[in-house]
Design a protein around this ligand. Sequence first.
Ligand code: KIV
Length: 310
Amino acid sequence: MNGGTPTDTPRPAVTLRTLRGMAARGEPFACLTAYDATTARWLERGGVHVLLAGDSAAQVVLGFERTVDMPLDFAIQITAAVKRGAPGTVVMADMPFMSYHASADEAMTNAGRFVREGLADVVKLEADASFAPIVERMTRAGIPVCAHIGFRPQATAIEGVPTAAGRTQDAADLIVEDAVRLERAGAVLLLIEAVPPEVTRRVLQATSVPLIGIGAGTDCHGQILVVQDLLGMSDRPPRFAEPVASLGEAVQSAGAEWVQRVATGTIGGQTYRMRDETSPPAFPHSGASGTPAAGDPNNASAASTAEPKG
Ligand code: KIV
């Protein structure tokens, strides 16, 4: 289950069964958000077990203030992109606000789109116990569901209430009840956000499916963060997210370096040379379509292998 570089042997594909096994053995599994194939590919190489194409993309990709502004079609597209980038990783779709609220039929149709068009292994919905019938219907249809409990950004975005949940005894009791009812309805995973660790421990005692935590202490079976928070790209990361890199600053430096190179005409890389028109055009390794082969200096996608300007 270790990570690795592109040259390492790929790890065996991670499945929901893998996660259940890890949880049973007390081996914590690692989850992150991802919104594109390239990042997903590198995170899979790093050994991450679960990638969530989160509705946080509304904020970190699309620049909205709130996750409730996540467009459904965009969510489906990025879920598929993540799965194409990380085919051996459990990819979780995040059902956007109002894609499962208006009616059970609409919830089913949209969950089905996430599985068929979005290639999702599991769909996540922010839920309290009142969503149990929808979870039950999805489960009956064979769609694995992760129920997101505790602090639920979609449910609270409009009211603008605090960014944590379960901080009173009554509120904690309700979260435990949500967890129990949603597991009973068929949820194969639970995800709990921004609650005191005592609440997490109560949920763990009351349920048996793997529990993923974000800002919920270290007792969970798995841990998830928004990848930009981990990479040091967020201006105001939440209190529970400790960056392991300073990629924001690295991107800023790269941008500044490029500005400098462009200004001074030192853009680096290689250019194309004129084709010798006296010899016949030949693409010896091209397919029937006549597509230029990798290594052909006229193939822009193979630019890194193109010959230098002669
Ligand atoms: O969309 C998201 O990033 C999430 C995580 C906070 C779990 O739902």
